[in-house]
Design a protein around this ligand. Structure first.
Ligand SMILES: [Zn+2]
Length: 223
């Protein structure tokens, strides 16, 4: 059974490290998509990663990573070049449905099409979705395994410190023990979405107001 995981940034890199502890023969594949963070991603690839050029011309012109159709092209390239029986994609449970072609129906269709191309059964799966590993849960598991999490890239710009992906990484660092001020916590919670959910879950509070009240009191007790 030959398994290939498509790796790039934080999510798929942590996924790969989890999977290879269960399946030592697993191999990694990386696609050079021409994103600004390519060099940084390539610096943290597992030894022996199969590196491919993007399977189309002019990737991401204008810098907008429209992912529709991308995974099928990459999987087909991997099937033709490496003949795996299984392909793992690092989709997060909270990202399912973000694009037209990232959902369970499409995954089973991919498996059928790729099996036709390969002339043998090929399964495409989303291990993080199957295991319910959200970004925060994944980071916690990565920390538990002692992985070098800062070496895994999240930001399309390679760590700008300004974008949502950088903010979510900062929120994750806080849940893993980094110190933060009341003001920083408030700013992060205001960003909402996965950041707010992850922080509320970590601090065990049902809503933002309650968490901020508690932190505000702590801040005043200290002063
Ligand atoms: Zn950024």
């Amino acid at each position: 059974m030959k398994s290939i995981a498509l790796v790039s940034g934080f999510d798929s890199r942590v996924m790969f490290e989890i999977l290879r502890r269960e399946e030592p023969g697993i191999e990694a594949a990386y696609f050079k998509l021409g994103m600004p963070n390519q060099e940084q991603e390539m610096a943290s690839l597992p030894a022996g990663t199969h590196v491919f050029d993007a399977p189309w011309d002019h990737p991401y012109q204008g810098g907008v990573p429209d992912l529709t159709g991308r995974d099928l092209l990459m999987c087909a390239r991997v099937v033709i070049a490496l003949a795996p029986d299984r392909i793992y994609l690092g989709q997060l449970p909270e990202e399912v449905g973000n694009f037209r072609d990232n959902n369970h129906v499409t995954t089973s269709l991919y498996s059928a099409v790729l099996s036709q191309i390969a002339g043998k059964p090929v399964t495409v799966s989303y291990p993080l979705v199957e295991r319910g590993l959200t970004k925060f849960a994944l980071a916690k598991e990565g920390a538990r395994l002692g992985l070098d999490l800062p070496s895994f890239n999240s930001c399309f710009a390679g760590g700008c410190g300004q974008c949502y992906k950088c903010a979510i990484r900062r929120a994750i660092d806080i849940t893993l023990g980094a110190q933060c001020s009341y003001e920083e916590l408030e700013a992060l919670l205001r960003m909402g979405g996965a950041i707010e959910r992850g922080l509320l879950e970590h601090f065990g509070k049902p809503n933002t107001a309650e968490l901020l009240q508690e932190k505000f009191r702590e801040k005043h007790d200290r002063n």
